[in-house]
Design a protein around this ligand. Structure first.
Ligand code: SF4
Ligand code: SF4
Length: 222
């Protein structure tokens, strides 16, 4: 899932300071799961904004809307009429939702209320960790299912850096060194030979280094 985190409240307030009527738009997808952008988060943020505005002696009207997904026209079109009556939209979906809104409703401005962080999952209650950086050329088959791109601060492909100590990453004492995890995992699977194979240099054009990426669904794949 995509994990996003609310922007600092002052930053949100500043971004809507010129508007008297806004739509606060959530998303029923990933950001609902990570508590930052679902209908409850919309309700809470709307109250916070109204209270803050009241303290400033200003008024604001807020229409709340949380489509099932903010990244598909079919779902956001349900809010079209209400959007037309507002000065701006504040989105607490991920960055994809914000951009979908801006493309679908080009005469309105949709502002981001979240910082989109990464793709990951909850490793325990209320704690999400990054697991995939969307590199476009997955290597999990030879790393024992552990990602050296999303989970190594230096994105190393040939084992740990000199700072790895007792299984802990030198960059953050609360983070395991993924290369230690990869070694332990491959040992358990009796696949340590994976680490001895000579591999070609990585072609990073599959990642974000070669501009916008596209995926075309081929029916022939079915
Ligand atoms: S190797 Fe690439 S696709 Fe695979 S989990 Fe890591 S970032 Fe994601
Ligand atoms: S200690 Fe391990 S995870 Fe951290 S940067 Fe070095 S190799 Fe990567």
């Amino acid at each position: 899932m995509i994990v996003a985190d609310r922007k600092p409240f002052e930053e949100i307030l500043d971004s809507i300071k010129d508007y008297k009527k806004i739509m606060l738009m959530g998303c029923g997808g990933c950001v609902t799961i990570c508590f930052s952008g679902g209908s409850k988060a919309v309700e809470l943020l709307a109250s916070q904004i109204k209270m803050a505005k009241k303290k400033q002696g200003k008024e604001i009207e807020i229409i709340e809307c949380t489509p099932e997904r903010q990244c598909e026209y079919e779902f956001i079109d349900a809010c079209k009429e209400q959007i037309e009556s507002t000065d701006a939209i504040l989105s607490i979906a991920c960055g994809v939702g914000v951009q979908t809104m801006n493309e679908r409703f080009p005469d309105s401005i949709t502002l981001p209320g979240q910082n989109t962080k990464f793709m990951g999952y909850p490793v325990k209650h209320a704690l999400w960790e990054e697991r995939c950086a969307g590199c476009g050329d997955c290597v999990l088959e030879w790393t024992g299912g552990l990602c050296p791109i999303a989970r190594c601060a230096k994105k190393l492909f040939n084992g740990p850096c000199g700072g790895s100590s007792e299984g802990i990453c030198e960059v953050d004492k609360d983070t395991d060194c993924v290369w230690q995890l990869i070694y332990d995992r491959l040992k358990r699977l009796n696949k340590l030979d994976n680490l001895l194979a000579i591999r070609q240099p990585r072609d990073w054009r599959t990642s974000t280094n070669a501009g916008q990426r596209k995926v075309k669904f081929e029916e022939a794949m079915l």
